[in-house]
Design a protein around this ligand. Structure first.
Ligand code: B12
Ligand code: SF4
Ligand code: SF4
Length: 320
């Protein structure tokens, strides 16, 4: 028997906003409409060494099988934007998503608060996910009406942009679903495709991850090729150049996602002489901890070798 909800969709949304999320929508769990594109993407080797994408693909293509008993995904967006500190241009760069406490910890903790809120009001299943399972997060966000997939493959929300994490709660409560986001606001713009320093986009909305600096500096082991353009962990260029994202960027209200340290100087000056204990203490709970001391030394050295530069921030208006 389905649970009897004691709250409305509107009250759920109000609670999500109170917790600090910037938007909430509700998606059904019908099979993925992009299963063939995903299979093709994997077949072409664009996922590189991210073998978990292959292992989890069956569930990902059938979202109803991800959390048994769930009939809806509640999808939220979390703003993680932080402006660049002035004077950091010549230092190794860290992508904005990685400058605070690891988002897996931060977003999941607050998603679980939202899940607890639901469980206390008659729901019997509320499982939180954030980049830790087979969830097709961008596709469900479109289905939940939260935005469109830009040519840079990012989920972009009008009035918000793309400096967002996507989190979901899979639930057995049959909430009314949102109107899927049907329009494409990229128009004739191609800035992200042109700005990518490694030509990683093989077509609009198709990224060869193995060429992407985010993949190279985070996922790939071994030597880095030349051409990291000063990025030591992740890359923000295809977000920075997007007029929608530049126009609506607002500093995150979530304290834990704000930059912990002045990473540029740290990576250039202190990292080379740090020991394991100092590294663990300095980078604890940031996404960089998982890369390890050797991994971050490799990245910082490559970033310094290639030379950092100013961010490619666009200030012009979005196309309508
Ligand atoms: C693997 C992965 C990566 C890989 C590959 C990225 C990629 N574009 O495929 C690498 C390491 C390169 C990467 C980089 C980054 N990532 Co990442 N990554 C993921 C992960 C784990 C899986 C993505 C995936 O399956 N890719 C394969 C492609 C084929 O699938 P997809 O991206 O979901 O695309 C599908 C949808 O777009 C769908 N679709 C839906 N509607 C439409 C409409 C049309 C017209 C089309 C054609 C397709 C389409 O079809 C596509 C094919 O199935 C997700 C978390 C998750 N569980 O989804 C995070 C995730 C996508 N990453 C995220 C972030 C923040 C980043 C970075 C910004 C981090 C950084 N600064 O370095 C960069 C951005 C680079 C970029 N332009 O994508 C966020 C994105 C949030 C958002 N607003 O979009 C996610 C959702 C994590 C999260 N929970 O917040 N990432
Ligand atoms: S994150 Fe950087 S390297 Fe990767 S696709 Fe975007 S611009 Fe290209
Ligand atoms: S830069 Fe232009 S083409 Fe790329 S995602 Fe933004 S609006 Fe779309």
């Amino acid at each position: 028997m389905r649970p009897t909800p004691t709250f409305t969709r509107h009250q759920l949304e109000a609670e999500a906003l109170r917790l600090g999320f910037v938007a909430l929508g509700v998606a059904d769990l019908a099979p993925s409409a992009h299963a063939d594109a995903f299979d093709d993407w994997l077949r072409r080797g664009y996922g590189g060494v991210m073998t978990y994408l292959h292992r989890r693909k069956k569930k990902r293509k059938s979202p109803a099988t991800i959390t048994p008993g769930a009939v809806r995904a509640i999808v939220v967006l979390e703003n993680y934007f932080s402006p660049d500190a002035p004077g950091d241009d010549a230092a190794p760069k860290v992508a904005r998503y990685a400058r605070g406490i690891d988002y897996h910890l931060v977003v999941l903790a607050r998603l679980r608060e939202l899940a607890e809120w639901m469980l206390a009001r008659g729901v019997t299943l509320a499982h939180a996910w954030c980049d830790d399972g087979p969830v097709p997060e961008r596709e469900l966000a479109v289905r939940a009406g939260l935005g469109w997939i830009g040519k840079n493959t990012m989920l972009i929300r009008p009035g918000v942009g793309s400096w967002t994490f996507i989190g979901t709660i899979f639930t057995d409560m049959p909430l009314p679903v949102s109107e899927p986001f049907a329009s494409d606001h990229c128009g004739s713009c191609t800035r992200c495709l042109e700005a990518c320093p490694t030509d990683a986009f093989v077509a609009e909305r198709v990224l060869d991850a193995t060429k992407c600096l985010s993949y190279l500096t985070i996922e790939q082991k071994g030597d880095l090729p030349d051409g990291t353009h000063g990025w030591a962990f992740g890359c923000d260029i295809c977000n920075e150049v997007c007029p929608w994202t530049a126009k609506f960027a607002t500093p995150t209200p979530v304290e834990l996602l704000r930059p912990r340290l002045a990473y540029g100087a740290l990576l250039r000056e202190q990292l080379p002489t740090m020991d394991e204990a100092a590294f663990a203490a300095t980078f604890a709970e940031t996404p960089m901890a998982r890369a390890g001391l050797e991994g971050m030394r490799r990245n910082a050295a490559a970033a310094l070798r290639d030379g950092a530069g100013p961010a490619h921030v666009s200030t012009s208006s979005p196309e309508k």
